[in-house]
Design a protein around this ligand. Sequence first.
Ligand SMILES: C[S@@+](CC[C@H](N)C(=O)[O-])C[C@H]1O[C@@H](n2cnc3c(N)ncnc32)[C@H](O)[C@@H]1O
Length: 219
Amino acid sequence: MNNSAYIPALGRREWTGMYDWVIAAMTRERVWRSPVLTALDARTGEVIVDLGAGTGSLGIMIKKHAPGARLVAVDPDPDVRLIGERKARAAGVEIDYETAMGHAHLASVEAAEADTVTCSLVRRQCPLEAKQSILENAFRLLKPGGRLVLADYGEQPTPLMRTAFLLVQMTDGFEPTEHNRRGAVPHLLQACGFQRTEIVKRVPTATGLISIWRATKEV
Ligand SMILES: C[S@@+](CC[C@H](N)C(=O)[O-])C[C@H]1O[C@@H](n2cnc3c(N)ncnc32)[C@H](O)[C@@H]1O
């Protein structure tokens, strides 16, 4: 996997400028981002890594909630970084950016340095190998006792949610999205070393059920 192997935020580069609008309109963004923020429980002095940070919406929320935390936004796509930097300036918050894949060793964060790692709406659109290597990297970056908070489409338990999720599958492809739909996330978390995993919230949206998982790297 190299830096050019990523799928852009909405599947095609020319659509990236519409990303924030589409996510707000199609995913009930406020309803799922706010429990992510609660689950992160960010505090002053902590190091928080957002893998696949995209246009930085979550990062800005985190920094507004905990201005004294250090937020490192990691994404392989320079286009979303530009949007994120502009938004952070407008919001008056300071975010450190790193252009890298989610599985990469980072220049600005050492192994076992992060208090929290988060990753939202990224892994659904990655092949299984990439999903696993992002979680392995999250585990590597976390301090013992650190927490991972994931938000993504997982199992779609009702016919309505399965039908809604078809839109995501048609955009991102059936192969990468099917693992999530079949409930692979908890198994992958366990395989990467996370021992305690829980779903903190499930949010029905126009594009399927978004689940929020919290997992801990045991001391
Ligand atoms: C759907 S967007 C989600 C952005 C953001 N996390 C959010 O909640 O709005 C997916 C992002 O993941 C990035 N991405 C794709 N493949 C990746 C990978 N293997 N590692 C890290 N980021 C990746 C894309 O560049 C894109 O910005």
